[in-house]
Design a binder for this molecule. Structure first.
Ligand code: MLT
Length: 286
């Protein structure tokens, strides 16, 4: 079911599927809730699954000229409060994980577990901030080419497909997931639908975000980290130290994935999340 709520006078779109304990999936940059379509349908066989369009993306309206991670976290809280949900697991993809950490700072009591899906608790380095400034200039002048380059870096290079394997590349595997080639097109379309204003507001928000390793350190809930060995956006070696931080943690390293594990390693990431979520929900809450 698709629904709408209002947050700071802006319309916000969300989806709500399945029954039982709740998960909320928070998309990364520059996507919207459609990026989770197949993955959330699988999770909804086990849980109640909420997804949303962060401000400015999909059908959600822009709120300001900078969309901070705190603002995104408050938007997630609004959607969940509106549905009457109090305790859930937050799964944040990349920028969605940055927003998830802000959520963990603002509303720790609402979390039963947290999945950092290709995400980082570290703030931007000075170099990265300069990069973001360049991105803002490119987005303003050449939005489409910015998106093209960005999307080109998301997936790990695919091994040359021998003839016999072509079926899996084009999606005739009988699996619930279509082939990666089709996904690339879908991801491109979703990314292309983002307006320059939304892209700039999110980029500024990411640039200004705080370091939040401390949120992981004091997390009172289990944390699952998922990283791709071939991620060109978040380098695995740089990401690993933070995985030591939480008291209760799990780490999944995807051998052949880049930044889009929920497409590139669907079965593996689904199984890990289902197992993790069941464990979180079985734990006693004081
Ligand atoms: C994302 O995938 O959400 C962003 O690329 C993360 C980032 O740029 O830091």
């Amino acid at each position: 079911m698709i629904g709408y709520t209002t947050f700071r006078k802006a319309k916000i779109r969300y989806s709500d599927e399945g029954k039982g304990r709740a998960l909320v999936l928070v998309h990364g940059f520059p996507f919207n809730l459609n990026v989770w379509e197949e993955f959330s349908a699988e999770l909804a066989k086990h849980f109640r699954v909420i997804t949303l369009d962060l401000p400015g993306f999909g059908e959600s309206e822009n709120i300001g000229y900078v969309h901070s991670m705190e603002l995104m976290a408050q938007c997630v809280k609004e959607v969940m409060d509106n549905l009457g949900l109090r305790r859930y697991i937050l799964i944040g993809h990349s920028m969605g994980g940055y927003a998830g950490l802000a959520f963990g700072e603002l509303f720790p009591d609402n979390l039963r577990g947290f999945v950092m899906f290709h995400s980082s608790s570290y703030k931007d380095s000075d170099e990265k901030k300069i990069d973001r400034e360049r991105s803002v200039e490119t987005i303003k002048k050449k939005r489409k080419s910015f998106i093209k380059v960005f999307v080109g870096n998301l997936f790990a290079p695919q091994p040359q497909t021998p003839k016999g394997a072509l079926n899996s590349a084009i999606g005739n595997t009988g699996s619930p997931f279509r082939g990666l080639g089709l996904y690339l097109k879908k991801v491109q379309e979703i990314a292309n639908s983002a307006s320059a204003r939304a892209l700039v507001a999110a980029t500024e928000g990411m640039k200004n975000r705080k370091d939040r390793e401390i949120i992981l350190r004091f997390a009172q809930y289990p944390v699952l980290f998922i990283y791709g060995k071939k991620d060109k956006i978040l380098n695995l070696e740089t990401m690993l130290p933070q995985t030591e931080t939480p008291a209760d943690k799990e780490v999944l390293i995807l051998e052949n994935a880049g930044h889009m594990g929920f497409y590139e390693a669907q079965e593996e990431t689904l199984n890990a999340i289902i197992k993790f979520a069941n464990r979180c929900f079985r734990m006693r809450v004081e």
